[in-house]
Design a binder for this molecule. Structure first.
Ligand SMILES: Nc1nc2c(ncn2[C@@H]2O[C@H](COP(=O)(O)OP(=O)(O)OP(=O)(O)O)[C@@H](O)[C@H]2O)c(=O)[nH]1
Length: 338
């Protein structure tokens, strides 16, 4: 993390040393004239959608903004399947974030249609859109997501993963090109893994949120239930430990989420989860040799849930085969997708 911080800081000053067409002056020019700092006493609150094609770092960004893991992340594309609200209150401002699934244009199963509908719903009624792309890159998939935006909602171009860009000099011409593609309100080259960049982003977002009373209590982080967070945690471990072998159509259903009285622990949760896969071969893959992989998935999920929920957790994880569920609209709904 420290290395990344230093890289970004060094990269930013390199770019700003380049004269009138440098990155800093481009960013300053892109800033709308009327956007001033909010009054210190008046509360602000608003919805911010985080949108982009799969794997650009949307969930990583959301978790960094909220300050806790609300949305699962993995190297596998399309890990995020739900509209998730993450909340962060800083000073007089409450930021309410909506994470969206990576917009999928390649396949058209019932699951994908449902995912795309979630994205469309998320961006229709927000105060600000963070359009996330990988810095220095703009593909057809990015263009398709951008084409969905209705005019009128201020949109920031989040050029993420700046730490992976080695030739910083190429970013300024790329930003100029991006300026021509869409009337972005501002350009934010950054890394979702860099704390300083995240703090800077709060300052940028704040001025686009309307002055109005907060919707949530100051310490609330999400409006999703603990049961939902439990299924997301198991799903994250599932994808982390199966790598690219397991199709993204695998899912997790929570069959039981009970809080029981305990003399030894202030909270005791009994959770039963089922991993749903499409084929027998996938089931064997999840279970692993002598059940080793499933054991690792359950153990890591349990440890993380204990921290997240501040409770002793007893977690049971099963694996079930339901072939073709991602193509079956009724099942997609039954498993909790809109
Ligand atoms: N180097 C680097 N990697 C990043 C950064 N942000 C995210 N990543 C990595 O990119 C991968 C994808 O990140 P996610 O946050 O899961 O991406 P997503 O856009 O939510 O993906 P979907 O759920 O598929 O839509 C993960 O391996 C992250 O660790 C960044 O700023 N720098």
């Amino acid at each position: 993390m420290n290395d990344a911080t230093e890289n970004v800081a060094a990269g930013a000053s390199d770019a700003s040393a380049g004269g009138p067409n440098d990155l800093e002056s481009m960013l300053a020019a892109a800033r709308p004239a009327g956007a001033g700092a909010p009054g210190a006493t008046n509360q602000r609150c608003g919805l911010i959608a985080i949108v982009g094609k799969p794997n650009v770092g949307k969930s990583t960004l959301m978790n960094a903004l909220v300050g806790q893991k609300i949305s699962i992340t993995s190297r596998k594309a399309q890990t995020t399947r739900h509209r998730i609200t993450g909340i962060r209150t800083q000073g007089a401002t409450q930021f309410v974030f909506v994470d969206t699934p990576g917009f999928q244009t390649k396949h058209s199963t019932a699951l994908n249609k449902s995912l795309n509908k979630t994205v469309m719903g998320a961006i229709g009624d927000v105060d600000l859109i963070l359009f996330v792309v990988e810095a220095g890159s703009f593909t057809l998939a990015d263009a398709k997501v951008l084409s969905l935006f209705k005019p009128g909602i201020p949109t920031l171009l989040i050029a993420n993963k700046l730490d992976t860009v080695h030739r910083r000099a190429e970013i300024a011409p790329w930003l100029r090109d991006m300026q021509e593609r869409h009337p972005f309100a501002e350009f934010v080259p950054m890394s979702a893994k860099n704390k300083g960049d995240i703090e800077r982003l709060f300052g940028i977002c704040e001025k686009y949120l309307p002055e109005q009373p907060w919707w949530y209590a100051e310490d609330e982080l999400t409006d999703r239930s603990e049961k939902f967070l439990a299924s997301e945690t198991v799903r994250e471990k599932l994808f982390r430990f199966t790598g690219d072998e397991l199709p993204y159509t695998s899912t997790v259903v929570i069959d039981k989420f009970d809080e029981e009285k305990s003399k030894q622990h202030k909270r005791f949760l009994r959770i039963a989860a089922t991993i749903v896969v499409e084929r027998d071969g996938h089931k064997a893959m999840v279970i692993g040799e002598k059940g080793e992989r499933l054991k690792r998935i359950s153990t890591e999920a349990r440890q993380e849930l204990e921290k997240l929920m501040d409770a002793k957790v007893f977690l049971e994880v099963w694996v079930k085969v339901r072939s073709g569920w991602a193509d079956d609209e009724a099942r997609v709904r039954a498993f909790g997708y809109e």
